[in-house]
Design a protein around this ligand. Structure first.
Ligand code: CP
Length: 308
């Protein structure tokens, strides 16, 4: 049976093509499970997974919990607001105490880049990064890639543009690493102030004109402006951002062909994307969410059953 070379999923930077392909192929199998009347398999029976969320989440958290339960794992949810972190307990003490209760896997979200890797080095469980600051969000990129692969039949040679707040986006970084590894042509587009310096060194093309970017790509992955990371200070107003970089029906109508519209969520309607585009026929946004459960089942299964 094929096995991953990685022992943890911290990011897609450096993850071999064979590992990504194995996760995407395994996702196909689990997507079929999700279509069955009984959406459950005994694969992770006897394993315990802790969802360690230090930052808010809707999609990722629910998706991981559903994936774990559908694999028959025992699931423990940790929320920072109701934990002893509020009494001053450190990140490391929190993790070591949870691990002392004999858990097998930790799914972790944190607002600090590197937090997941920090704990991975100091603990013995298997770690899956569910988003760490502006660093990486590997399972989001995997579900984006899985959605693109189903849409186009392949990732090799397709043109994918990521639009928006690239500077603060862990989703953009994981997508760039993963898509480039899988042979897609990748571009980023946004205000120059929201593009990381030297981003082209990651093997991606850079656009600052949204209309040129949309004319180039087969699929656009639209990112929200991360106001919680103070991205609002990088351009004059949200209204101006929408006028210059918003993905609108008018812009799509001017193209000579149909492109696929992705968005990792949460959406700020009327800012980076209009409602008629987000809810329109070219949108695959809710399909991404469905695929997210199957992708996470694949990652949990492949890491949870891996022998040393
Ligand atoms: N895409 C994503 O990470 O969404 P949540 O913050 O709701 O998990």
């Amino acid at each position: 049976m094929a096995s991953l070379t990685i022992d943890h999923l911290i990011g897609l930077d450096g993850v071999p093509r064979e590992d990504i392909a194995l996760i995407l192929d395994t996702t196909d199998t689990f997507l079929e499970v999700l279509d069955r009347p009984v959406k459950k398999v005994p694969t992770l029976q006897g394993k315990t997974v802790v969802n360690l969320f230090f930052e808010n989440s809707t999609r990722t958290r629910i998706s991981f919990e559903l994936a774990e339960r559908r694999l028959s794992a025992d699931v423990v949810n940790f929320s920072v607001g109701t934990s002893s972190v509020s009494k001053g307990e450190s990140l490391l003490d929190t993790a070591r105490n949870i691990e002392a209760m004999k858990v097998d896997m930790v799914v972790m979200r944190h607002s600090a880049a590197g937090a997941c890797e920090f704990l991975r080095r100091r603990c013995t469980s298997r770690f899956i990064n569910a988003g760490d600051g502006a660093h990486e969000h590997p399972t989001q990129a995997l579900l984006d890639m899985f959605t693109l692969r189903r849409e186009f039949g392949t990732l090799e040679g397709i043109n994918v543009c990521i639009v928006g707040d690239i500077l603060h986006s862990r989703v953009a970084r994981s997508n760039m690493f993963g898509l480039v590894t899988m042979g897609a042509n990748v571009a980023v587009c946004g205000p120059p102030t929201l593009l990381p310096r030297h981003v082209d060194r990651l093997g991606v093309r850079v656009f600052t004109d949204i209309d040129e970017a949309l004319a180039w790509c087969d699929a656009v992955n639209v990112l929200r402006i991360q106001l919680e990371r103070r991205a609002g200070g990088y351009f004059p107003t949200l209204r101006e951002y929408h006028d210059v970089y918003g993905v609108t029906a008018e812009r799509l109508d001017r193209l000579s062909r149909r492109i696929a519209i992705l968005h990792p969520g949460p959406i700020n309607r009327g800012v980076e994307i209009d409602s008629d585009v987000a809810d329109g026929p070219q949108s695959v946004i809710l399909r991404q969410v469905t695929h997210g459960v199957a992708v996470r089942m694949a990652v949990l299964y492949l890491l949870g059953t891996k022998t040393e």
